[in-house]
Design a protein. Sequence first.
Length: 86
Amino acid sequence: AVAGGDQQRYRSVRMHFKSPVTERDLTPKDRLIILGSDGVWDRLSNQEAVDIAARHRDPAAAAREISSVAVQRWHQQTQGQMSDDV
């Protein structure tokens, strides 16, 4: 997915974005679902996100921590110059 600001910026160069989509049936073994933008997945591995989410009983708290870690890493790795949509 591309955020509104990104769409506006890339409109003049006529880029098209297609997000990967995966379908799977949920089973009783599934304990959580994590949805995130590329800004999250560019900075956290799937396992890191699962580990963070599993520590929280409150989904909102898990989302806040996952987002916070992603933003911190964007800032660290770009010397505070940028962070993608998280």
